[in-house]
Design a binder for this molecule. Sequence first.
Ligand code: WTA
Length: 644
Amino acid sequence: MSGTDVFFPPTEFAGSAHVGSLEAYRDLCRRAEEDPEGFWAGMAEQEVHWFEKWHHVFEWNPPFVKWFAGAKTNAAYNCVDRHLETRGDKAALLFEGEPGDRRTITYRELHSLVGRFANVLKAQGFKAGDRSVIYMPMVPEAVVAMLACARLGITHSVVFGGFSAEALKARIQDLEATLVLTADGGWRRGKEVRLKGAVDEAVADCPGVKCVVVLRRTGCEVTMAAGRDHWWHELEEGVSDECPAEALDAEHPLFVLYTSGTTGKPKGILHTTGGYLTYTTCTMKWVFDLKEDDVFWCTADIGWVTGHSYLVYGPLAAGATCVMYEGAPDYPAWDRWWDVVERYKATILYTSPTAIRALIKQGEEYPNRHDLSSLRLLGSVGEPINPAAWEWYHRVIGKGRCPIVDTWWQTETGGILISPMPGAVPLKPGSGTFAMPGILAEVVDFHGNPVAADGEGFLIVKRPWPSMIRTIWGDPQRFEQQYFSRMPGNYFTGDAARRDADGYFWILGRVDDVMNVSGHRLSTMEVESALVRHPAVAEAAVVGKPHEITGQAVCCFVTLKQGSGSNDHHALAQELRQWVAHEIGAFARPEEIRFSETLPKTRSGKIMRRLLREIVTSHTVTGDVTTLEDLGVVTKLAAQHDED
Ligand code: WTA
């Protein structure tokens, strides 16, 4: 085994793991590769409840795939009903609100909450095929909202509460949603995040929205539009909690989740039901080694795919007990997370490198104040984990006992594709190690040929898997073009990777114009489009700049319109940062705005972001500049940094 640090699975861990040796892992892979139909049919039967069985395991007409066609199932039934007999009194959710309010919700209680709210939606006239947008804080009712929609076949789209009214509006419109589920607000760092106000602003331009249901969370004042807006608790009065789950087609659209692509317009990633449930539950065992008495804590917000697959659908379908925490990690102090781990005796913690780096900065005394001995496994997702963060996570949080699963995946993949199986695979810090069974991942060159050991290339997947993206909502052409045009028949991830001599995958980052800020995907074009909507801005070019905590930070190069009258660049920079936060959301707020007379462009007029990236990274330009129209611009921009 090459590489300096290799961490072998602890004997005790491996001894009781679902997959406890490299041989067992390889055996699963071999079976999945040789007989994908038999393998996935077996997994689907084992992990998911079906009202009716399929007639085909999968049908692959690149780029389109159907899994378990002909079968009938229901995601909410799988996440709740089928546990009633064996796990009715087991906690499904251990909720802690930021102000300190706590609720334990058993599977039986969750069943009742979901059934009642599904009946509310039914009474409002909603049914399978309708679309809802969920814009809620991290409270149990957000999970109830998702599951109630799934129960009836209403396709939901959760919009992260950090997105602005503008972003919310664009998503409601693209999805032609008729139902919006929200709350008055949520708690973050002791302050109210007002959600209903943003909904009002967004829905004003969405005449298709017939109904807005509002949960009372913070108690702040809201305006209710007569006929359209209803209080959640009022609609529930006297409503039965018995609501049968619809037997839906395996390919019924479960949810659409918007994510950033390489244009200004976010894309609605469509996931369906049967294959998604099969894959997310499988990975709960393979990656998280989930056992009956585990307490699983995924810190992601339900507004991101990690929250969908590993806070809601995967763990609940697998019958797990999940911790759900509403607020910020530093409220009221930087030991809040460790307090939560200790209180609920979390055994598995799944979080992001950006959070780990922020925690490292505060010092070890915060985790050291708490008993973290319940933890047995740690996970990481969202971006490559740097060696220093890995080492700290392993030593300070895991006390050297807990394996770390570095999980690589995407909104589009629905579930984890590359990750160690913690009882089987020796870890190399910073590497996602190997692909899951049935995931034929490869690192290839421009022509699609596998690169030699240690070579770098594009990460692709050569065969469909059950939880893969089905299409981009309303835009099948963009779907094909984005993911299947470069290497026809293969899924193109948009990430670069390296494979070492032992076959380990090392993810190197995006090859397109997508940034990764605090583990959140953000397209350069999205920020650029937001900037040019400002009256003073003529042109904008945006690049990701390396950042100590957030991985990347948003850096904007802006040219101003003639006579825009803005001489006070400092004030204008502030205004533009605020503008972007308003147009997209606070998490997209640029770290830096640089004003320039022109932007470097190719002869065909394309902005050369590569050069700008070099400027913000190294402050000099070394690459090929022969296609650049005006070299002087680059030198000036690079020099400007030194003047600052
Ligand atoms: C990046 C998040 C390295 C990658 C689940 C991918 C990672 C994008 C890792 C997807 C990891 C995610 N190591 N990079 N373990 N996990 N990424 O859609 O660039 O929000 O393409 O899904 O995050 O981000 P998304």
